[in-house]
Design a protein around this ligand. Structure first.
Ligand code: PLP
Length: 412
């Protein structure tokens, strides 16, 4: 099996050089610059093979054994395997692996539990809530009445007292815990307690940490939340997609909320690739990977603090770090551009105090490449060197290229 089947098949190159160029160009970009986007990873050749397979041709509305299309008997096996592996991996009674993305999974969770106009309590967007947690630009903000809790402006830690008081005041139908930028473990037991106190459902949007959960490096939300929403492409390292986990009592409502309520035909190539990724995530090698991701993030966070960045919450429990680069003389937005020019690819993010933008970075991708604590110290120095003007852009690009050259994401 070739590393990147579509490219190596050579078929595309002959038929459509313009698009072949794009695929090869992106492969080159990914392997010559440093991928610090916290939501990204390098999925395995086996996952890519499933994605680039003829399963992509198959229409399969419905669920295994109950499809609206003929000829589903083979792809049904892929979905059954994916569901069984997800249930075993996360200790869930039920798994739905059809959600096309993390956002689709959240939409389905709301559809399963809520009616338009219901009140939902979630982390406010300025503090790292996702678009699906009540942004006015998103269906969530338009169809539900969102109330936002925050984080402590000093410590960056979720304000649990505020969660409790807002829950008592607003009596939400659901409480959402989960974030795009929170570096610490989430206290699911506390959220469960508050939800029970006010009679709310608890939805855990574990899009980011679910891969760490799979590897035993973060607490599992499944025993606490009514529904867990997740992505399969972040730390979990599978194909781009979503999933939902829940107890048997909500299984049918969740399945109906995905299909036919919010989606049509399932993407069977992606579901097969999810099954492959769940299989990989159940191995001791993945457990070691997940713990290395966190160890690397801790070293990177400490390195950045040592270089003068203000590290939100003073560190991290996960793959994710957010920092304020202002002490280095530049805000997050400008910093992202300068760093990108040097081949250091990361994101902007909100900061707890809310005055300026910060930087968000993660260690999932670089750890997949095989980098360890030593490389994290090098990366911290490089980031600071570029922003302080100690290293010019051209030299930084060369240093990045040398560094990543030793850790090809797709050897050969
Ligand atoms: C990434 C993320 C999502 C959305 O995932 P997509 O696949 O991009 O739709 C939703 N919620 C949270 C908390 C996320 O981090």
């Amino acid at each position: 099996m070739s590393v990147v089947p579509v490219i190596e098949a050579d078929v595309l190159r002959r038929q459509d050089p313009e698009l072949a160029e794009v695929l090869l160009g992106e492969l080159t970009r990914q392997s010559t610059t440093l991928q610090l986007v916290a939501a990204e990873n390098f999925s395995s050749p086996a996952v890519l093979a499933a994605l680039g397979s003829p399963l992509a041709n198959k229409y399969a509305e419905g669920y295994p054994g109950a499809r609206h299309h003929g000829g589903c008997e083979i792809v049904d096996v892929a979905e059954r395997v994916a569901v069984e592996r997800a249930k075993a991996l996360f200790g869930a009674e039920h798994a739905n692996v059809q959600a096309h993305s993390g956002s689709s999974a959240v939409l389905a969770a709301y559809a399963a539990l809520l009616r338009p106009g219901d009140t939902v309590l979630a982390l406010g967007l300025p503090y790292g809530g996702h678009l699906t947690h009540g942004s006015p630009a998103n269906f969530s903000g338009r169809w539900f009445d969102f109330v936002g809790y925050g984080v402590d402006a000093e410590t960056g830690i979720v304000d649990h007292a505020q969660v409790r008081s807002l829950a008592r005041l607003h009596r939400p139908k659901a409480i959402v815990c989960g974030s795009i930028a929170y570096p610490r473990h989430i206290d699911y037991a506390l959220f469960r307690e508050v939800a029970d106190e006010v009679g709310a459902y608890l939805i855990a949007d574990a899009a980011h940490p679910i891969g760490l959960v799979a590897g035993g490096a973060a607490p599992n939300p499944v025993p606490y939340a009514d529904i867990v929403c997740a992505t399969t492409h972040k730390v979990l390292r599978g194909p781009r997609g979503g999933m939902l986990l829940c107890g048997s009592e909500l299984a049918e409502r969740v399945d109906r909320a995905v299909f036919p309520f919010t989606q049509g035909g399932a993407q069977m190539h992606t579901i097969a690739a999810k099954a492959v990724a769940f299989g990989e995530a159940a191995t001791p090698a993945f457990t070691a990977y997940a713990h290395q991701v966190v160890a690397n993030a801790r070293v990177l966070a400490a390195g950045l603090a040592g270089e003068g960045f203000v590290v939100t919450t003073g560190g991290t429990d996960t793959h994710l770090i957010t920092v304020d680069p202002l002490p280095l003389g530049v805000d997050g937005r400008a910093a992202r551009g300068q760093l990108a020019a040097a081949g250091l690819v990361l994101d902007c993010c909100p900061l707890p105090h809310g005055d300026s933008r910060g930087l968000r970075l993660g260690t999932a991708a670089v750890t997949t490449q095989g980098m360890g604590e030593g490389e994290m110290a090098t990366i911290a120095a490089l980031l600071a060197g570029v922003l302080r003007g100690r290293v010019d852009t051209r030299r930084a690009r060369d240093e990045v290229r040398d560094l990543v050259g030793g850790f090809p994401p797709y050897p050969g």
